[in-house]
Ligand binder design. Sequence first.
Ligand SMILES: Nc1ncnc2c1ncn2[C@@H]1O[C@H](COP(=O)(O)OP(=O)(O)OP(=O)(O)O)[C@@H](O)[C@H]1O
Ligand SMILES: [Mg+2]
Length: 250
Amino acid sequence: MTNHAINQSNNMAEPLLSVRDLAVNYGPVKAVKGISFDLMPGQITTLVGANGAGKSTTLLALSGLVKKLTGRVMFGGKDVSALKPHQLVAGGLVQVAEGRATLTRLTVRENLQLGAYTRKDSAAEQAADLERIYTLFPRLKERDSGYAGNLSGGEQQMLAIGRALMAKPRVLLLDEPSMGLAPIIVQDIFRTLKNINREGLTIFLVEQNVRQALKISDHAYVLETGSIVLEGTGQALLGNAKVQEAYLGG
Ligand SMILES: Nc1ncnc2c1ncn2[C@@H]1O[C@H](COP(=O)(O)OP(=O)(O)OP(=O)(O)O)[C@@H](O)[C@H]1O
Ligand SMILES: [Mg+2]
């Protein structure tokens, strides 16, 4: 979280991550059809879109988990298009585990410690980050030695985010963190993401919960059947008539 501050003080005009002409096919299915987008350092950038638009596929391609048909990913000025998933994680491109896939038979602390598996820094630094995460999520600290399987859905999502933060991300990727959670918990999750972002962390969020996501976004892209059809600030898209009609219930 210390190195995020450094990212933020970089030249704000340069994207931290940029994607050009990304296309992914699953056999005959053209899931992503040549999209380009940028993540600016220290910002929350969101990709919104309906079921099947290609949001998860875009994240999988960024993380190196599906084969890109075309496309180039530049991260921190380097071409990372051909890197393996673990190399990307080690380089700071870290996705929050989907569906809150916490390891239920491990304790909260053990789950968090596992998040640090790619790090090569000292145990003391990792312990300091664990304390920082407990400050961010006091509820997790209370449950430190409890099994993750006994946490509520919202707490498990917090734990999944905490575990990703333990990898010391430079960019945090999230695939629908609000899924399946009660509205009040969703608000909590989004508020937490904003707080983490204020410490300087760059966030790429994929969401179907368009209204809440746009509210916390600096910039957003609208994905429809594999193509980006609109982009703008979160505020601008919230006020956009097409977005309101298609995603915000008119
Ligand atoms: N493993 C797969 N094999 C074949 N087709 C797939 C596969 N995964 C996704 N697809 C198809 O690719 C398209 C994009 O799917 P993707 O999961 O990226 O959408 P999404 O925007 O994340 O949707 P959702 O909001 O439902 O999560 C869809 O048409 C989907 O059916
Ligand atoms: Mg998806």
